[in-house]
Ligand binder design. Structure first.
Ligand code: FES
Ligand code: FE
Length: 441
């Protein structure tokens, strides 16, 4: 640890070896780097805040984080959504302490300053005459995110006034996002409040994993997949190896495991009643992916991910696919809060919503069979990553060296592909993007 020292630009440049596909262990364990991320990554990138279905009515709000900054996401008018720094301009108190609610504005609990839903200061605790016109009261409005925008019901915000438009930032990832979040005309709705839990590892481990860690699935989740789904390890491994890993650009990466094109479309784990709606909402190529998708995962840089997997409750019933979406919130260099939502088509029946929620809870939640595998491993990984290595041994993503020039020509969508879900290239790309952000003063 070199607390108090500055990170030198050349040190930063060497953290991720883009060509050699390795990373310095300090990327995941150095408090100085963690501090710098707050400014250079979380202060600049678009960050996922919440879903439109969480704040349907005017005055609805939920409290969230942008990196470590507490914020309020509020529907301030029928056609307007604001993201406000949840820290009072007066003395810095947290203005809104609730997780969610509805109101005409916010009153700070410390001295009672009142703010409208869009963050405008409407009253101080005493007569405004106290200030005798000496203070520009507009300067004391709550701070708003520089930009707020929505894609497919997903609300993102950034502190960076120079950030590109959200559509440009998401770029080609939007094509893949549609397959999950815009697959019916009504789009998706979240099923309740997010579950939250903490893991003892750096925040980047989750996004990297969800960008395409095929091998961990076989090794870590293989036993539970066998017990609960009856899938033999060699079958699982072959399926994941055959998956397509995709780089969409700007650090957004995912993996799609599709059933073979020469087999009839399976619509695995989807409500058959909703399939006609999907035919209306998606383009022919997206529909092809939607119909053949067995499992899909994706990360939007820096810390927004989702996974879509089929779960069988009984061997004599068809599986049900859930969609779990999460944000990996940095807490400390070795501590991350996971926020997890389940989503379902707006048009889904109540019974299907229940099935999809149960499938998600069973597999990918704090008590989910698969997440327990990850959480336990990641917790120990946090301690192990902090270890010094005598020779500065680096973290390896070097499988990509063999797959960089081997795309998957069968992928019907945009992006640069790798021919296997074991390529490590989509995972490593998250770090390459991170390196770009971190190297820029
Ligand atoms: Fe909010 Fe004083 S800190 S009113
Ligand atoms: Fe996992």
């Amino acid at each position: 640890m070199r607390m108090g020292e500055e990170l030198l630009p050349q040190e930063l440049a060497g953290l991720v070896d883009v060509h050699g596909a390795t990373a310095d262990r300090r990327v995941f364990s150095d408090p100085l780097i963690f501090e710098l991320e707050h400014e250079r990554v979380f202060g600049r990138a678009w960050l996922y805040i919440g879903h439109e279905s969480e704040i349907p009515a005017v005055g609805d709000y939920v409290t969230r984080r942008m990196g470590r900054d507490p914020v309020i996401l509020v529907r301030s008018a029928a056609d307007r959504v604001d993201v406000l720094l949840n820290s009072c301009p007066h003395r810095g108190a947290m203005v809104c302490l609730a997780d969610a609610g509805n109101g005409r504005g916010f009153i700070c609990p410390y001295h009672g300053w009142a703010f409208a839903n869009d963050g405008r200061l409407v009253a101080t605790s005493v007569d405004d005459a106290l200030y005798q016109g000496k203070v520009d009261m507009r300067r004391l409005d709550m701070r708003r995110a520089a930009k707020v925008a929505t894609y497919a019901g997903l609300i993102y915000a950034t502190w960076n006034p120079d950030a590109p438009a959200l559509d440009d930032y998401l770029g080609e990832a939007r094509w893949f996002m549609d397959v999950f979040f815009q697959r019916t005309p009504g789009g998706m709705v979240v099923l309740g409040a997010p579950h939250r839990w903490e893991i003892g590892v750096n925040w980047k481990i989750g996004p990297i994993n969800f960008a395409g860690d095929g091998p961990h699935f076989t090794q870590l989740h293989g036993p539970i997949a066998h017990v609960t789904q009856g899938i033999e390890r060699p079958v699982l491994q072959a399926a994941l190896k055959a998956a397509t890993a995709i780089r969409f650009g700007h650090g957004h990466n995912g993996v799609a495991q599709l059933s073979p094109a020469d087999q009839p479309a399976a619509w695995l784990g989807l409500d058959p009643a909703l399939v006609p709606l999907m035919r209306r909402a998606l383009s022919p190529a997206q529909l092809d992916v939607r119909a053949r998708l067995v499992q899909g995962v994706c990360t939007v840089f820096p810390n927004h991910s989702w996974t879509h997997n089929p779960v069988s409750f009984r061997s004599d019933e068809p599986p049900v696919s859930f969609l779990a979406m999460r944000v990996w919130q940095p807490v400390a260099v070795d501590r991350t809060q996971v926020w997890n939502w389940f989503l379902v088509e707006k048009e889904a029946s109540e019974s299907w919503q229940r099935k999809a929620a149960l499938a998600g809870l069973r597999a990918f939640s704090v008590g989910g069979t698969f997440d327990q595998d990850d959480a336990e491993t990641w917790d120990a990984m946090g301690r192990a990553l902090a270890a010094r290595t005598v020779d500065g041994q680096r973290i390896s993503f070097e499988a990509v060296l063999a797959h960089r020039e081997r795309p998957d020509p069968t992928w019907p969508g945009p992006g640069e592909t790798f021919d296997t879900g074991y390529a490590e290239g989509s995972e490593f790309d998250v770090l390459c993007e991170w390196q770009k952000y971190m190297s820029k003063p």
